[in-house]
Design a protein around this ligand. Structure first.
Ligand SMILES: Cc1cc2nc3c(=O)[nH]c(=O)nc-3n(C[C@H](O)[C@H](O)[C@H](O)COP(=O)(O)O)c2cc1C
Ligand code: SF4
Length: 429
């Protein structure tokens, strides 16, 4: 397949020398969208983003312009924009490279969005472990401020302490306010009572970084990319057993078969066994789903979710039981403990998955696994619980025989880890 199918907009200048600097960004039309936006009315900007069909790139796909329009009419008090840069989902790796390679496209998006919603203090809540990205964002905000591009807008870059739950938008707001990050009961939604109980828009990094392109290219241009209900370009992150892993920016609706062709296919001599369309919280799919359009509707039709377009590729050497077991370790560790189904359920799932991985499971364990996952899904306070249930359920759906084998044979004997590792020196046992 030719690379013509790619639509590099957000990733356009990643290969340019010192792509992260204001000088390079301005050589590539940087901050022209902000100047244009300031000639428009706030209402027209919101309408433009609505008309583009941009849907939130943080996973759920909620229409961005519609979210902005939910803010109540100004009452003279503050209103906030909070950019969700917590990116912690296993497999998800698009926002961090975007902020490293071109932080100014995010800063410009923040400035335009702040203007559109009438906000004069915006926040970028960043996952705490990525100190290098924190420094880069601070430098970009400082550069833009010193160049007089931000006017009176204040942008605070906040480094979290590294908790997956702080990516959930209301837990993020609690954390930003200095409290322990746990989800809030909704309603009220952040648009009505968000940060410091004031009207707040929470959007993903990629959503906000897409705004300058929409202002420059126009709503129709953006809506013309992708599919009818999933418009625009998106970053698809290919990782795992693929010849050329990396970020591929393409129209929504592209298929994994097409992306794999661009990425040189599954690693030489191997076949695709299973994959995630949008990180570990999206039900896994198999080789029979290679031609599913990677848009919100197409992936939902195949029984999964587009999520964050984190395409983790696993070949035939990988034990599904072992992979699901690692994900459950993660969700159990990250469960915030606020609600019983997730707090207790992830603990029980972990016990059973470890037994199956060691070949010490029982037939009753398989039934319990299915029951517990079924009792977490849809009954948890936030979507982290659902995220823990989905790999178990989809693993059982497509690879039940591997879970049954966990009643007598350790996964490491059926699928020796050395065969699936990409870095031989890292194999432990
Ligand atoms: C456990 C959990 C973790 C999440 N992590 C992130 C994250 O790291 N980044 C993100 O943008 N959205 C994350 N979300 C989704 C946010 O709650 C929210 O939907 C999103 O920030 C809205 O932005 P968007 O409309 O631009 O997609 C997470 C949700 C849950 C339940
Ligand atoms: S689902 Fe899990 S992470 Fe979410 S509130 Fe309940 S315990 Fe916390």
């Amino acid at each position: 397949m030719s690379t013509d199918v790619l639509t590099p907009v957000l990733t356009d200048i990643w290969d340019a020398p010192r792509s992260w600097t204001l000088a390079t960004y301005r050589e590539h039309q940087g901050y022209r969208a902000l100047a244009r936006a300031r000639t428009m009315s706030q209402a027209d900007l919101v309408e433009m983003v609505k008309g583009s069909g941009l849907r939130g790139r943080g996973g759920a796909g909620f229409p961005t312009g519609l979210k902005w329009s939910f803010l109540p009419a100004p009452d003279g008090g503050p209103r906030y924009l909070v950019v969700n840069a917590d990116e912690s989902e296993p497999g998800t790796c698009k926002d961090v490279p975007l902020m490293m390679a071109n932080p100014h496209v995010l800063v410009e998006g923040v400035a335009i969005t702040s203007y559109a919603i009438g906000c004069d203090h915006a926040f970028i809540y960043l996952r705490g472990e990525v100190v290098h990205v924190y420094r880069r964002l601070l430098a970009a905000v400082r550069e833009a401020k010193e160049a007089g591009l931000l006017g009176d807008l204040e942008i605070t870059v906040h480094a979290g302490a590294g908790a997956y739950i702080c990516g959930e938008e209301t837990a993020l707001l609690d954390s930003l306010e200095g409290r322990r990050g746990q989800p809030r009961l909704k309603p009220p939604f952040p648009a009505v009572a968000g940060l410091y109980a004031r009207p707040t828009v929470v959007n993903n990094v990629e959503s906000i970084a897409s705004v300058p392109g929409i202002v420059l290219g126009g709503a129709e241009w953006f809506a013309g990319i992708g599919t009818a209900r999933s418009s625009g370009h998106g970053i698809f992150s290919l990782s795992g057993h693929v010849t050329r892993p990396g970020q591929y920016e393409a129209p929504l609706g592209i298929t994994l078969r097409e992306l794999l062709e661009l990425a040189g296919g599954v690693r030489a001599g191997h076949q695709l066994k299973f994959w995630t369309p949008g990180g570990s919280s999206t039900p896994l799919l198999t080789a029979e789903h290679l031609d599913v359009p990677l848009d919100y509707e197409g992936v939902a039709g195949a029984g999964s979710m587009l999520g964050t377009r984190a395409l983790q590729i696993f070949d035939e050497t990988v034990s599904v039981v072992r992979a699901v077991s690692r994900w459950i370790d993660f969700y159990k560790h990250e469960s915030c403990g606020k609600c019983t189904p997730c707090r207790e359920g992830t603990f029980w799932l972990q016990q059973i998955m470890h037994r199956l991985e060691d070949g010490k499971g029982t037939p009753a364990d398989l039934q319990a696994l299915s029951d517990i996952a079924g009792n977490i899904l849809g009954r948890s306070f936030c979507a982290l619980g659902d995220a823990a249930a989905t790999p178990v359920q989809s693993g059982l759906k497509y690879f039940r025989e591997e879970f049954e084998a966990g009643c007598h044979t350790p996964a490491r004997e059926l699928f020796p880890p050395a065969a699936s590792t990409l870095h031989a020196q890292e194999v432990t046992a």
